[in-house]
Design a protein around this ligand. Structure first.
Ligand code: NAD
Length: 491
């Protein structure tokens, strides 16, 4: 069978962009080419955005209660197709089937929350702000907005933004990661089936040139981005310089502190899943554990045991706990970073490099890796690795551990493991991170809370999800009215 060529969705029509280069979409477990994705040039972006802008007036004038009917249908359709969608995520992204289904469930949760848009986008008002004068605040959609998303959650991250943008009356253009574009093809077909009018939801595949054309297009009013920090910074600067709203989520290096009073078995289980789940390719993966006092020995032994016994393999096979990383380049980069960590004095308690999986000789596999004794202020302890590599640091007191956690430029997540409420409260109060977990390893906010990265993990002010997303995708209009009562005497 010929390798499929993926398409763009422009003004309700599936099309192949003219003159576009193409890139292979690779199954990271087998290195086989699954599809070809077009790298859309600027002209294709212009066509897409203009079609979206043409669809905007009618969509904006569709009552919000009618708009959300398409979101209700989208939720039902995603549930209907969840097995096929999950398999596609595993094939193109590498994670296990359970992880793929889990991310879709978190995506669907955002569709559910955005279906409450009739209440979420309500304004507020006051009668008689001055004698006979009333004042109202309305929320109105922006117009055409764009989402640019990373490879690691193709079924969830677009939904941190898209349902809110659509429910609020905007037209949404998605530029998914060119490494995992197949899930989005399916999602877009479901949007069509759910009844969103032509042009209200669009898909433009591509890479940097495609992104730059979106950032420069005068009809794109806002940009939502998730990806690495250098690209987040770049996109934030270019979008805002062009007068657009921007919310840009970046990379991470998430610390977790384990106190000696923690339940060690539970903490290890949770932290192993956090560090090695999705092969460490989660922006909320714990990548540094700081043990305090006697926790060092108890935790190190257990985590090394888990690293050695975790079952690595093809994500659709039963019992597999961890899939491959996304690409050969990524695996090489991770190998190089571990080498650098060892040069900085790191001691390998578990070395997952050189991993092989029976029957998958070409896959980009690594086993979990645990590195201890690195310099807490060196590069290794501060660089995002984005692979199944956990660094162990140590501190004598909780305050010292919090200081180590706060020494990072990133601020996506920080977690604490303890049975002490007072320690938990001190940590919660002092730690510099936007998503905080107590006895949790992946503190991913539910859809009705914002995904609150800080520091180099976020550029902007309003985050994705929940009320922040509603505010991001609407602008406020304040209307002050005078209707003198004398005029009513005419009737
Ligand atoms: P990436 O930055 O390489 O790519 C993200 C998107 O930006 C893709 O759509 C890509 O096509 C585009 N892009 C890449 N380089 C570009 C450039 N120079 N100019 C314009 N556009 C460009 O990220 P990735 O490797 O796909 O994803 C992994 C990264 O995403 C990690 O750093 C991870 O921490 C981060 N991430 C963050 C969050 C969060 O919530 N903060 C969530 C998921 C992933």
């Amino acid at each position: 069978m010929a390798t499929p060529e993926l398409l763009n969705l422009v003004g309700g029509e599936w099309r192949r962009p003219e003159g576009a280069d193409r890139a292979p979409v690779t199954n990271p477990a087998t290195a086989e080419t699954l599809a070809w994705v077009p790298l859309s040039p600027a002209g294709e972006v212009d066509l897409t955005v203009r079609a979206a802008a043409a669809a905007f007036p009618a969509w904006r004038d569709t009552p919000v209660g009618d708009r959300v009917q398409s979101l209700f249908r989208l939720k039902a359709l995603m549930e209907r197709d969840i097995v096929e969608l999950s398999r596609t995520i595993t094939l193109e992204c590498g994670k296990t089937y359970a992880e793929s289904e889990g991310e879709l469930r978190r995506g669907i949760e955002n569709v559910e929350v955005a279906s409450g848009m009739p209440s979420l986008m309500q304004g507020y008002n006051n009668e008689d702000v001055a004698r006979g004068i009333d004042e109202h605040l309305f929320r109105q959609p922006l117009g055409v907005v764009a989402g640019i998303t990373p490879f690691n959650f193709p079924g969830m991250i677009p939904l941190w933004f898209m349902p809110y943008a659509l429910g609020a009356g905007n037209c949404f253009v998605l530029k998914p990661s060119e490494r995992v574009p197949m899930t989005t093809q399916h999602l877009m077909r479901l949007c069509q089936e759910a009844g969103f009018p032509d042009g209200v939801v669009s898909l433009v595949n591509g890479g940097k040139e495609t992104v730059d054309a979106l950032l420069d297009h005068p009809q794109v009013r806002a940009v939502s981005f998730v990806g690495s920090t250098p690209v987040a910074k770049y996109i934030y600067a270019r979008a805002t310089a062009n007068g657009k709203r921007a919310q840009c989520q970046g990379g991470a290096k998430n610390p977790a502190i384990v106190l000696p009073d923690a339940d060690m078995d539970m903490s290890t289980r949770i932290l192993a899943d956090s560090a090695f789940g999705c092969a460490g390719q989660r922006c909320l993966a714990t990548s540094v554990v700081i043990t305090v006092g006697e926790a060092r020995e108890a935790f190190s032994e257990r985590i090394v045991d888990d690293a050695h016994t975790r079952r690595v393999g093809f994500g659709l096979d039963d019992g597999v706990q961890m899939g491959p990383v996304i690409s050969e380049a990524s695996r090489e980069r991770i190998h190089g970073l571990v080498d650098a960590g060892v040069r900085e004095g790191g001691r390998l308690l578990a070395d997952g490099r050189g991993a092989t999986v029976d029957g998958f000789a070409d896959g980009y596999f690594l086993h979990p890796t645990v590195v201890a004794d690195v310099d807490p202020h060196g590069d290794f302890a501060h660089t995002e690795i984005f692979g199944p590599v956990l660094t162990l640091l140590h501190a004598d007191t909780l305050d010292d551990a919090i200081a180590l956690a706060n020494a990072r430029a990133f601020g996506n997540q920080a977690c604490l493991f303890t049975t002490s409420g007072a320690a938990a409260r001190a940590f919660r109060h002092q730690v510099k991170a936007g998503n905080v977990g107590i006895n949790l390893g992946v503190a991913a906010p539910m859809a009705y809370f914002p995904f609150s990265g800080w520091g180099d993990s976020f550029f902007g002010d309003l985050h994705g999800q929940g009320r922040h997303a509603v505010e991001f995708f609407t602008e406020t209009k304040v209307v002050i009215e005078r209707w003198p009562s004398a005029w009513s005497r005419r009737f």
